[in-house]
Design a protein around this ligand. Structure first.
Ligand SMILES: [Zn+2]
Length: 386
């Protein structure tokens, strides 16, 4: 009864019926990509219940792959409000922790706090992260929390309620960010789940070299997207900017240098939420005109939220040195960001020019409106390389 059908046929059917409802009697692994471009799906089992699915797309992919689904109805999103969707900048606050035990050697990166080995250090920084997330929540702002493995291990060792408490605030999305010297990305994703979080399958930054080596991984792991994309260099030195909007990057087999990433490939499963700088005075020139979904972010690393200068519980390295204006205590850092929120970002939100949204939700929105955007298969985006 079920026939195997290639992704090209699926995409062809989707293109032919763009904007209309369609019924497809079939099932294949490639449906994973086809369903990612539509808004709602009605499914019918050969036996058992029928109904409407409005699941998160990762869950949907799993349902489609594992259920005995006989026919599926696609309903594409209406494009009439696309101007409302694309005229805003989708903004979030981002945290990376990085790893201090590179290659599994404890303390091998002394500039990163010992999250998994020193309880007082973990307690200070975990407390700072909660305070930061709560301040953002008060204003309806979002936080994309992107831990590497040593911070997650610290939470599991010293404060098992950390991730459940963080997610319970409602404005935080946890996704993996891995330097992968020893713990690979999918292990970080699994550790986050083990630690009580509900991560999206979204990568919080990756080097272009790592991406090029990940051909097999991306083939075996459908459904992953990228926050900002694999434009980073090792150590984040001289990083190239991603194009200033969400699109689909070429798969690793078609990438041999960073510039090859600047191309929209409609059949690629890997969505990138390209971004523009956080400085709002550059937005009017950085955000391209046309139907594109642009996001932006304010980045901080956990270690920048230092302890008070007289806090003897943590090593001196993590205490603010009095009078050093470049160092900030956690309270000072949070107050500074709160001021920026009130003075800059909230007024833009009131004017309808900004919406707070985490990267995973930006990917969902991109997929829902993809057929309404000005992106064309094969589109050369190298003009945005900086
Ligand atoms: Zn990093």
């Amino acid at each position: 009864m079920w026939k195997k059908t290639g992704v090209i046929i699926w995409m062809g059917i989707l293109a032919a019926f763009a904007g209309k409802e369609m019924v497809i009697h079939n099932k294949t692994a490639n449906i994973v990509h086809a369903v990612s471009t539509v808004d709602s799906i009605t499914f019918k089992h050969t036996e058992g219940p029928s109904g409407q699915l409005n699941l998160h797309r990762d869950a949907l992919v799993d349902s489609v792959a594992h259920a005995k689904i006989d026919s599926i109805t696609f309903q594409e999103t209406d494009c009439s409000n696309i101007e409302d969707v694309t005229s805003k900048v989708y903004f979030t606050f981002v945290i990376h922790n990085e790893e201090d035990d590179a290659n599994g050697v404890p303390g091998s990166i002394p500039t990163i706090p010992d999250y998994n080995g020193n309880k007082a250090v973990f307690d200070h920084f975990a407390g700072a992260m909660m305070d930061y997330a709560k301040m953002l929540q008060k204003y309806g702002a979002t936080l994309s929390f992107q831990p590497d493995w040593t911070f997650i291990e610290g939470a599991m060792n010293f404060r098992p309620s950390f991730f459940p408490d963080l997610e319970a605030l409602g404005n935080v999305e946890v996704i993996p960010h891995a330097h992968e010297t020893i713990v690979p990305l999918d292990s970080i994703y699994k550790m986050e789940i083990e630690a009580g979080a509900h991560p999206r399958k979204q990568i919080g930054g990756m080097t272009v070299g790592k991406y090029m080596q990940s051909e097999d991984w991306f083939n075996k792991n459908p459904g992953w997207s990228h926050w900002t994309g694999p434009f980073q260099s090792p150590g984040h030195v001289g990083d190239a900017s991603p194009p200033p909007f969400a699109f689909r990057i070429p798969l690793p087999a078609d990438v041999s240098e960073t510039i090859d990433l600047y191309k929209h490939v409609a059949s690629s499963p890997v969505v990138v939420t390209g971004s523009i700088p956080s400085a709002v005075n550059s937005w009017s020139s950085a955000k391209p005109t046309g139907a594109y979904i642009s996001s932006s972010y304010w980045f901080e690393a956990t270690r920048f939220f230092m302890a008070e200068s007289d806090d003897q519980s943590v090593p001196a390295q993590w205490r603010k040195v009095p009078g050093n204006v470049r160092m900030m205590t956690s309270a000072e850092k949070i107050a500074k960001i709160e001021t920026a929120l009130k003075d800059t970002y909230l007024p833009l939100q009131s004017e309808g020019k900004l919406e707070f949204m985490n990267p995973g939700e930006v990917v969902d929105m991109y997929k829902r409106y993809e057929h309404c955007l000005d992106l064309v298969d094969g589109q050369d985006l190298s003009g945005y390389a900086k």
